[in-house]
Design a binder for this molecule. Structure first.
Ligand SMILES: Nc1ncnc2c1ncn2[C@@H]1O[C@H](COP(=O)(O)OP(=O)(O)OP(=O)(O)O)[C@@H](O)[C@H]1O
Ligand SMILES: [Mg+2]
Length: 583
């Protein structure tokens, strides 16, 4: 079963093969055309509704009056209201029909279309569908009425085509609107056919209850040639079942063979053409798919990013909030502790002055507890506790600045504050660890104006780039351990991250983050900003840091994010954010 709305090259080839094989069982052209129309009627279905796609399928062929059956000749005379008709008058003859109503399954039962005499160009023009069909086939009416034997060989092998009326309702080409198109729900009409070596034209008309996409109509074109091949052997032979066999002469056999070869060649040509068209369609589909994939990846990054950002922000803000209260509490109470302790110490001192001779037990206790040392150390401890709480308060503030949860909208901020808060969070990774010495952070901050930006997102960019720099420096330790490609100076060089900022041409805020790590190889550099590109081991990197940063800097801020790197020397990422006029 085949669905014209989802027609494929494969369907076309299978139908073509079936038509040609079926026709081999036929004894005359009428039989062959019956098998053809029945095949179309039975095998084309609308897979959505499981209904047959065709309401009616008809096979017409032009035929000279003199060679029509007596029944048809009588019919022609009646239509023309003449007692005699010339033998070579062309008549469009219904050879086979298959359809929904019982009377549509026998050509003898057709009332209006059994045979249509094509008396002259005027009569043809009065049947718009037929004249349109002739034109679509690349013929002119003259060729149908009186084919020129010399021209014929040439034209016969070129002329085949398909024509399609996409909207049958009210179409000037489709007759019987009230009695047929409307009541039976004819949506579209496909016609295809060609010219036979005898100079006669054949045509198959399919009245459909479906709309066929243009690309699929194109695929039907080669079927015209398959039908022609299927009926070719009868062109100079037996047409109607009830007529006696017409003797076939050698000239006719040669003509038929030539035509058969020509037709088969054409068939090959169109098959190839169709393959090309189909492969073009495939390529377009692949291209579309690739674009969809790209979009999907982008959406995925965005989703991961949003998810990452909001959960990180919430976590950080949550922790900051939780720590803030008890720290403030401790900090506020420290001053009382200091005050009370001073009072107590003072009291002891007064006691000592008023009662210089104290009992031995108390003196021993004072000696063993080193009261003098306690007096001195107590205030130092309280001072260091104060420094500690101040430090915690600073970290909490940085965490809040970093998360910027409350600032999803564009805001005027100090970029340096964002960088500092990020560094504060990364403090632990910058300190000497078992796998790397202390990483020195050199700040070369210029004079930056406050700029309009998404502060939380920019902090994310600083975080991604700084984390990569620390990762790269740590990775270098691995290299230092086992490779000889580094010089002694290299091996013992201090680890550095340099952050410099400045304003360029009053138009850009320029932020450079440089590390003296191993640098990036050329082949890696071209993929740096690709989503999911990572050189880190599984579980360590997702490969999203830089692509997200690129998105934030370029798309969100209209800025630029670039990378300079010399393998063995280090890497520099440059972020440039435009300063809006009037900032
Ligand atoms: N400063 C740097 N020095 C050397 N290589 C770097 C540096 N920054 C980035 N890279 C290289 O670029 C790759 C991609 O970086 P990106 O930040 O996009 O992903 P990642 O760090 O691997 O994973 P993620 O950031 O998602 O955890 C890294 O795997 C690394 O190979
Ligand atoms: Mg990264």
């Amino acid at each position: 079963m085949y669905d014209l709305t989802k027609f494929t090259l494969r369907d076309m080839s299978e139908i073509g093969l079936a038509l040609r094989q079926n026709a081999q069982k036929a004894d005359c052209m009428e039989d062959a055309s019956n098998l053809i129309v029945k095949y179309f009627y039975e095998n084309l279905i609308d897979k959505n509704t499981e209904k047959k796609s065709c309401i009616l399928v008809r096979f017409f062929k032009t035929h000279p009056y003199g060679k029509l059956t007596p029944e048809l000749q009588e019919y022609v005379r009646k239509i023309l209201k003449q007692n005699t008709v010339v033998d070579n008058l062309k008549c469009l003859t219904l050879l086979a029909t298959a359809g929904e109503l019982p009377e549509w399954n026998s050509r003898h039962k057709s009332i209006g279309h059994k045979v249509i005499p094509l008396a002259n160009e005027d009569t043809i023009n009065r049947i718009p569908m037929i004249s349109q069909l002739i034109r679509q086939l690349g013929l002119n009416t003259g060729m149908i009425l009186q084919p020129d034997a010399n021209l014929l060989i040439d034209t016969e092998q070129k002329m085949y085509n398909v024509f399609y009326v996409g909207n049958a309702l009210n179409s000037p080409y489709i007759p019987a609107q009230k009695s047929f198109v409307i009541p039976f729900g004819v949506k579209s009409v496909i016609g295809f056919g060609g010219l036979l070596p005898s100079g006669n034209m054949f045509v198959i008309l399919m009245f459909l209850r479906v709309i066929v996409p243009q690309a699929n109509v194109e695929l039907i074109r080669p079927l015209a040639l398959n039908v022609k091949t299927a009926i070719l052997s009868f062109d100079h032979g037996l047409i109607f079942r009830e007529t006696n066999q017409i003797p076939v002469n050698e000239h006719n056999i040669l003509k038929r063979l030539n035509s058969q070869i020509g037709t088969l060649n054409q068939l090959l040509d169109v098959s190839e053409q169709s393959t090309i068209t189909q492969s073009d369609r495939l390529e377009t589909a692949i291209e579309n798919l690739q674009q969809t994939l790209k979009r999907l990846k982008k959406t995925q990054i965005q989703l991961v990013h949003n998810e990452k950002m909001s959960s990180l922000g919430q976590l950080v803000a949550g922790i900051a909030h939780e720590i803030n209260n008890p720290v403030n509490f401790v900090d506020a109470n420290l001053s009382y502790v200091e005050e009370y302790s001073q009072t107590l110490l003072k009291l002891i001192e007064i006691y000592q002055q008023q009662y210089p001779d104290i009992p031995e037990k108390i003196q021993t206790e004072i000696d063993t507890d080193e009261l003098n040392f306690i007096k001195e150390d107590f205030s130092k401890i309280i001072r260091s506790m104060k420094v500690g709480t101040e430090r915690i308060q600073e970290i909490v503030k940085s965490l809040r600045v970093f998360s910027r949860l409350d600032e999803a909208e564009i805001k005027k901020v100090d970029i340096h504050q964002g960088i500092d808060s990020t560094l504060m969070i990364l403090q632990n990774r910058l300190k000497a660890q078992f796998n790397h010495p202390n990483i020195e952070v050199i700040k070369e901050y210029g004079n930056l104006p406050e700029i309009n930006c998404y502060p939380g997102q920019l902090n994310q960019v600083f975080m991604n780039i700084l984390t990569n720099a620390i990762d790269a420096l740590e990775e270098q330790i691995g290299h230092r351990g086992w490779t000889t490609k580094y010089t002694e100076e290299d091996i013992f060089k201090p680890f550095k991250i340099r952050i410099s900022t400045k304003v360029i041409e009053k138009k850009w805020v320029y932020i450079s983050i440089y590390d003296n790590g191993p640098g990036i190889k050329k082949e890696v550099r071209s993929k740096l900003f690709d989503p999911f590109f990572t050189t880190k081991e599984v579980g360590k990197g997702t490969g999203l840091g830089l692509s997200i940063s690129h998105e934030i800097v370029v798309k969100k801020h209209g800025g630029q994010l670039t990378c300079n790197s010399v393998p063995g020397k280090g890497t520099e990422f440059i972020i440039q954010i435009p300063i809006p006029k009037g900032s």
